[in-house]
Design a protein around this ligand. Structure first.
Ligand code: FES
Length: 69
């Protein structure tokens, strides 16, 4: 199993250099859509327009909601 500290340091949004831990924090704080996370953190506003990070953020939200329900 992966070390959660290292896992949280993984960059999810490469354009904006936003780490997994930062994104998880706002998901836990109530941002439950890719749009909500993007508005909060600026993910999805880089050169790729969220093409690379969007699907990963979506997956993170889905696993959080599955665990939470
Ligand atoms: S990787 Fe997030 S906007 Fe490009």
């Amino acid at each position: 199993m992966e070390d959660p500290v290292i896992e949280n340091l993984k960059t999810i949004c490469l354009c904006k250099n936003i780490k997994k831990g930062t994104i998880l924090k706002v998901i836990h704080g109530g941002c439950h859509s890719v749009d909500a996370v993007n508005r909060r953190l600026g993910t999805g506003s880089g050169d790729c327009k969220g093409e690379r990070c969007g699907p990963k953020i979506k997956g993170m939200i889905e696993s959080f909601l599955n665990i939470a329900s």
